[in-house]
Every structure is written in structure tokens, then in C-alpha cells.
Design a protein around this ligand. Sequence first.
Ligand code: FAD
Length: 508
Amino acid sequence: VKLEAAIQAWRKVLGAAHVAIDRPTLLAYETATFATRQRVHAVLSPRSVAEVQACVRIANRCKVTLYPISTGRNWGYGCRVPTTTGAVVVGLSRMNAIVEHDDALGYAVVQPGVTFRQLSDYLERKRSTRMPPATGSTPDASVLANALERGIGFGVYGDRIEHLCGLEVVMPTGDVLHTGLRRFRDASARRVQRWGVGPSLDGLFSQSNLGIVTEATVWLPSRPRFLQEAVLRFRDAELGGVLEALRSLQGAGVTRGVVKISNAYALTVGSYPHWARSMDPSVRMRRPLPIRNPRWMARVQLFSGHALEGRARHASVIAALEGKVESLEMTRREPIENVPKGPHVGVPGDQGLWLLYWRAKLPVPETPDPWRDRRGAIFCCPAVPLVPVHVRRATRILSRILLAHAFEPVITLNVMNERLVHVVGGIFYDRRAKGEDARAMAAYRAAFAALLEEGYFPYRLGIQSMEALPASLDDSDAVLARIKTALDPEGILAPKRYESGRKARRKV
Ligand SMILES: Cc1cc2nc3c(=O)[nH]c(=O)nc-3n(C[C@H](O)[C@H](O)[C@H](O)COP(=O)(O)OP(=O)(O)OC[C@H]3O[C@@H](n4cnc5c(N)ncnc54)[C@H](O)[C@@H]3O)c2cc1C
């Protein structure tokens, strides 16, 4: 009855067309790239901050749970599916305005529905001197949501949440707040000073369930004049030396931003369309792809503003890596305009999704979409210090367990800076094949548990693991629970999302 009352009220605010309750639509919001059981009661599509506020107030009044998403491409982590059953999804893709853009200062103010493709096209139209962000996922994902999930992009601003400020947030009560200096009239530095003055609230709204973010400022790096690329190929035994070399290159500022290192499985499966035709189409892969002669590969991008600078970076890379790798190819210093387009130069593409199709040997469609095509994907992604022994141990745990479960350990090491590596392990499979969902989830859970056991905690969680972390040693869980209760007294916003260790919440 309360849900029905809420639906009536939302229809009045949004119009009936933007309150979906038909089964096919709901089913789409109940389906991820792995098995889920959550049911969705309705999908709301507000168009403005005022409409989001009204939706939230109605939810409070009627005590209905809301689950906000932006574009809902959280593939491998849960897609559009809420963390709990019986929620109403608030989809923000209609809020897709690029509100402001300043090329000199290098920022764009975006709403949650703005996609990587949209921002890239916009900046190109404006002949911007700035590089748009891009990730290895689809260009149709949300620039804002990806940063809120602390996603990883290419290039110098690849640690995406580091380059976000000035959030506009609809709180679970319907109040609106702005972080940083945006809460003051005419604060001139509101787009460029993240911390504001006094306590900074930005961190409360990433990987959390404390507010619905309706706008934010995304900083954009300047487009360098020249790009060079060093392509390193090396054996497993050489990984430690490469990591140490990259640490010193990152520390000295020769390389900047995220450096990606792929293992042999990522390279082979990732280039699937190139070799698929030579495979026997009747074979359905049930065991890991055999890889002879496994090699790692790193692509190190060097951005420079001047020819001399490029030469110096080039020399530093050679000095740091020569003799430590099997092969080191260095491209010439190319004006960036001549470099083939791709995510590494801020032009989002979907080549990163090819690997989802190989297990079923499906041709890669024009627009790959794992959710639509029932491709299976689950990510397990520990954060590890940039110390060879740690990176090796985490990588070996992932490889051993995924191979034991008969999945290829598709692993990318994202060297985030001179201190930190995000190890991203993907389990990719065919959801249409009987029993694969259960097998893939068992592999994921075993890897997740083994990594935790060794002290390798994830940098990000999928909806299946929101409560999988251990309780904290100190009072953090209780304090976070009190913050949640203070900000969301009716508990209507995304319950359980990133609430590991907070099972005692009701008692607080
Ligand atoms: C092959 C492959 C490669 C990938 N490569 C990458 C990669 O390189 N880097 C990377 O980061 N990810 C990658 N992904 C994962 C994923 O596709 C991206 O992170 C994608 O950007 C997330 O989807 P989205 O932007 O549509 O976010 P959404 O699905 O809209 O949001 C993600 C979650 O954030 C929360 N949220 C969203 N919007 C709001 C809001 N406005 N207010 C409050 N909470 C909100 C919600 O809980 C939501 O479930 C990859 C996935 C695959 C399958």
C-alpha cells in the first residue's frame, strides 16, 4: 500500500512516463553480468534536482527504499541492480547536461547522465585544449558515477576521484548541499579548490549510500603536444624489476598517471576478434585458454609539451628499463594529433569489451554490451602497495584460484602512482552456459577470501560483496552507522551499499 501511494505521488511529480513499473523494464534492472536475486519495484527517471528532491521526500514519507544510479553500466560490479531486494531505482541518465566548461582552468561541470562519449564529443566540438577522461569500459558510462565509484581511467588524471570537486548532493532527507566553496555566494574558486574551508565532505559521497550526487566539477588535464609510447614485454621473473623501475619513473615525474600492465591472458583474450576466426567454432571453452610462453606487457605513455622534454623523458625510460625487460620498443615522439585515436588520448572506445565475447565465440557486435548479450563478468580488485613481493603475491593468489576454477586469470595491474597498484582480476564467462554463473561466483568468492586473508583489501566492491569485509578493529563501524542514521534517519537510501561490518547499525 505504501509503495502504491509512493508510485502515485511520483507519477504526479515526474509524469507517468518516467515511473516505470512494467515487468520487462524491471527485469532489466534486476539483471547484472552475474547471477542476482534482487527484485526492483519501480524505476524513476527524474530530470532535475527539484524532481530528485521530491522523489526522496516521497520515499521518506512512504518508507520506500531508493537506489540511485547514473547510466547503470557498472558491469562486472552489479550493473543497475540494487544491493537489496525491493528497492526503487532512481536512474539519472536524463540529467545529462554539461553545465559549464572552462578550458583555461581545465574543468567541466557535469550532471550524472553525461557520458564519456558525450564529454569527448563536446570538447572536440569546442576545439578544447583539454583531454577528456576515458576508461577501459564503454564510452556510454557516466563520467560522474565512474569517478564516484573511484574508477580507473587512462592518462594523467586516471585516478578519477582525485580530480573531482564541488559536488551537488541531494541528501536522503531531500536537503541539498554543495561541497567545497560552492555553498557560498560568488565563491570564485568553487570549481578549483576541492577542500573549501573547514571540514571537507566530498569523501562522504563516493562509494557510499549517503546522498544522490546531481552535479560535480571534473578537472581535465591539458592536451600535451607530443606523445611517445614505450611498449615493454617481459617474463614473469622480470615483473619485480619492472615495478621498481616504474616506481622510480613515477616518483621522478617521468611518467604521470596510471600505467597499465597486462598479463598474457588479458592480452590474448583481449585481442580475441583477431584470432577467433582461426578457432574451431564448434568448440565451447570450458577450460582455460592454454597460453604458451606467457609474457606481461606494459604500455607506458609519455606526454610532453616540448620536443626537448620528450627527448629527456625518452632517455629516462631507457635508462630505467634497459636490461630489465625482454623487449622495449619506443615510438617516436609524435605530435598528439597524429596519434591513432583511443582511450589513452582521451577518445573513448569499446575495444576493452571484446574479451567478454570470446568464451561463447560470439562475433563482437558493433556496440558491445555484456548486459544485453548475457556475457558474464565479475571483477576482483585488490589494492596493493607498489612493492614487488606484494604485487606478485596478490597476482599469484588470483591466478592460482581462477585457474583452479577453470577460468583464465585476466589480470591488469594499474600502477596508480609511485606507491599503489590496483590489481584488477576479471572473471569472464558465458552466462547462457548452464552452471557457469555458479562456477564463476564460486571462483570469485574463493579469490576474494584468499586475498583478504593475506591482507589485500579491494579498492572497490561489487553488489555481491557489500557486506563481505570484516568488522573494523576500532569504532569505525559504529561511527559510520551513526553518520548514516543522522543523515538518513528512515534508512531509505541504498541500504547495505558499502556497509560492511555495520550489521550492528539498528542497535546504535
Ligand atoms: C571489460 C570491462 C572493462 C572495464 N574497465 C573499466 C575501467 O577501465 N575503469 C573503471 O573504472 N571501470 C571499468 N569497468 C567497470 C564499469 O563498466 C565502469 O566503472 C563504469 O563506468 C561504471 O558504470 P557507470 O559509469 O554507468 O556507473 P553507474 O552504474 O551509473 O553507477 C555505479 C554505482 O555508483 C552509484 N552511483 C551512481 N551514480 C550515483 C549518483 N549520482 N549518486 C550516488 N550514487 C551513485 C550507484 O550505487 C551505482 O550502482 C569495466 C567493465 C568491463 C566489463
